[in-house]
Design a protein around this ligand. Structure first.
Ligand code: AMP
Length: 299
């Protein structure tokens, strides 16, 4: 089964204390789509402008990502720029140029509307609604978000939550949304807003799932060196959805392993700028890190 992924398709200019890399392939949907492509066929919904490099289209194609829902418009591609502090955890947005993203309305080609697995990657909640409005009867819908939407589009986001099965957000966003300091209390509060599955990401400390079958603590892969964590969260949820969409059996039977696979793909994302490392990963390398995580958490 394939995964439908909607989100931002961007050019990212990233600055770390070690290096500066302009106009890399980025965006929530790009990271998520490449991550999911290791496990399942992916259909990408997004928008790019005339300045979008042909080599990035080739990169999507190398991952056999279906681009029939990728709109190409006159104007510039969404350009985002961020700078990391020495600890590589704190990030400051330097620039956001919306370009063609400003007037983006996701249109789903007819076959996309039947998709069973849908990832609403980070994008304005109104656009996430617009995608769901076009779907026939998805089996499992997961949404991601960011602090910006909690600040400027909270109403849309709150209306989205009863429409989705799973919600993925980081711990500071969960705190902002629920006003709860305790992560487990925050998850309970988010269940009350709609989603049956809540995953709170804690960066290099992994993630926590709250589901009908209880909690699961998912470790992050222990990396000794982080080059650029941009897109790690998107890679996590992309890997998770890719894995889930092809796993046999119930969601509850597979979601923990899906998180582990997402966590492993996210670790590769952190080892290079933008998508540089992720696009070079081999399936055997993913399998090897999954086995390592299995050993690390056995007791
Ligand atoms: P993450 O590191 O998981 O927070 O994701 C970073 C990605 O989010 C980058 O590739 C950016 O292009 C993308 N991004 C940044 N700001 C926005 C925004 N306002 N809407 C959608 N995507 C964004």
């Amino acid at each position: 089964m394939s995964v439908l992924i909607v989100g931002s398709t961007a050019l990212d200019s990233i600055k770390t204390p070690q290096a500066e890399n302009p106009r890399l392939l980025g965006g929530s949907a790009s990271h998520a789509a490449v991550a999911a492509s290791f496990f399942a066929p992916v259909k990408l919904i997004g928008v790019v402008g005339g300045d979008f490099p042909a080599r990035y289209v080739q990169l999507y194609k190398k991952h056999r990502i279906d681009l029939s829902g990728l709109q190409m418009e006159k104007g510039n591609t969404f350009h985002w720029s961020g700078e990391y502090e020495v600890n590589m955890n704190n990030r400051r947005t330097l620039l956001t140029e919306l370009g063609v993203f400003e007037k983006f309305t996701p249109h789903l080609p007819e076959p996309h509307k039947q998709s069973a697995f849908v990832l609403l990657a980070n994008i304005a909640p109104a656009l996430q609604h617009h995608v769901l409005d076009q779907m026939t009867r998805p089996k499992f819908v997961v949404a991601d978000t960011m602090d910006l939407w909690l600040n400027i589009a909270l109403g849309d986001l709150l209306r989205l939550l009863p429409r989705i099965d799973g919600f993925v957000l980081n711990d500071s966003e969960a705190h902002q949304l629920t006003k709860q300091d305790n992560v487990f209390a925050a998850m309970k509060a988010i269940h009350r807003l709609g989603p049956k599955y809540v995953i709170i990401k804690k960066g290099s400390h992994g993630s926590i799932l709250s589901s009908p079958k209880g909690f699961f603590i998912c470790p992050a892969y222990p990396l000794r060196k982080v080059v650029d964590p941009t897109g790690a969260g998107d890679s996590f949820v992309g890997g998770l959805m890719g894995y889930l969409s092809t796993a046999r059996g119930a969601i509850d039977a597979n979601i923990r392993r899906a998180m582990i696979h997402g966590s492993v793909v996210a670790s590769f994302c952190c080892e290079g700028f933008g998508l540089n490392r992720t696009t070079r990963v081999k399936r055997a390398e993913i399998a090897s890190r999954v086995r390592e995580l299995e050993q690390l958490t056995k007791f």
